[in-house]
Design a protein. Sequence first.
Length: 450
Amino acid sequence: MKIIIIGAGELGQLLAERLSNAKNDVIIIDSSKEGFARLHENFDVMTLTGDAADIKVMTLAGIQKADMLLAVSGDQASNILACQIAKHFGVPKVFCRLYSFDAFDETVGITPEFYGIDNAFSAPAECAEAILDATRRRILLEKVQFSHPDATMVTAEITAASPLRGLHIQNIPDQELLQNIRIAALVRENKLMIPRANTILYQNDKIYIAGSKNYVDAFIGYASGMPEIKSQLVIVAGATRIGELVARELINEGHEVRFIVQKKEDGEELLSRMPSGCLVVQGEVTDLEVLLEAGIAKCDTFISTDDDDEKAILSCILAKRSGARKCIATTHKPEYISILPALDVIDCGFNSTLVSINTIFRLMGESSFRIDSRLLAFQAYLTEFQIKRSSPLVGKKLHESKLPPSAVLAMIFRGADFITPTGDTELHENDKVVAIVTPASEEQIKPYFG
């Protein structure tokens, strides 16, 4: 596939890395050469310096023969214009990164499609939705969505109150529920394990649960062992777009929200946009006195959305030590993707670049790309293998497959359907198998798929 990426920032670079590794012909356009150095050193990617809104630049990049365009620069207007140009030249698949959907108005026909955009996403909105999922359910750490609308996988932590604590998996009382979800993996003391029927679940274990949304939600409700708090005290640090989206939704749901902002004018502007009932505390979020003034000792969930990654992490550590029951950090730099899972004091960490990457791959849907969603709670990722005709797995039941112990299968997609696999699930040609892998385990299981 010939793919053109607009923007050589952190998101564009990571996309170029993934797509070039998948043997695609990738060219990346940016108005500055600064982002190209790392690409030239490590990846087989062509680069072009110029304005993507310039027809000559796009023509030089080969827009007439492109199969896909990904406009992911930090300039929303430039992204939209690049998409319009791409669709004019007949590019089949056009994706656009937005700051907000406010640029569109369906009532007058100004939609993404009007500009030739096939799929658009807002990075702040995607991050906000991930944070909201983790805020609403106390034991929930992460949720992964797939192209199939009913398929999901979540990460949850076994707490002291959980009825699962101390149980063998095979002895979980609700057997009907257990048969309709799959506990695909388990992380214990930062080690990835494959759970078996006789595996005992312990407090602080992180379990990966796959299945249909209704069954997974029901299992999470059972596993929590306590009713969810209907009205939480939530403290949001940072007057950012992500923080505002999260706070607005939580206030509408009946939660008490307090903001910590550094500048007085930011707080005043924020209050003018927020629903009534929002409290703003002015001060440095890494100042313990400011945290105490905001009510950190009684805080149910502390959410840091600060644009400064280091400050976001430090504020979460201080908040947790000062009494916050759950702490959620948002970071932006790719290097923190692997750092956050190792910080036990932070319950959830969402990286905006990684969330955007996973969103784009999900929106690609039935394309030839693998899922490749990076898991946040552990340094592993989801990837998709297609069972080819030559595979020794064709016609075998899962328990007969002789897959290596490192194979952690979460879900199977078969045509328009998805299957939660059990030992008796028979594997068919063209099945797409979703597995939790590390770089080492991926190489071990790849040959089995033909």
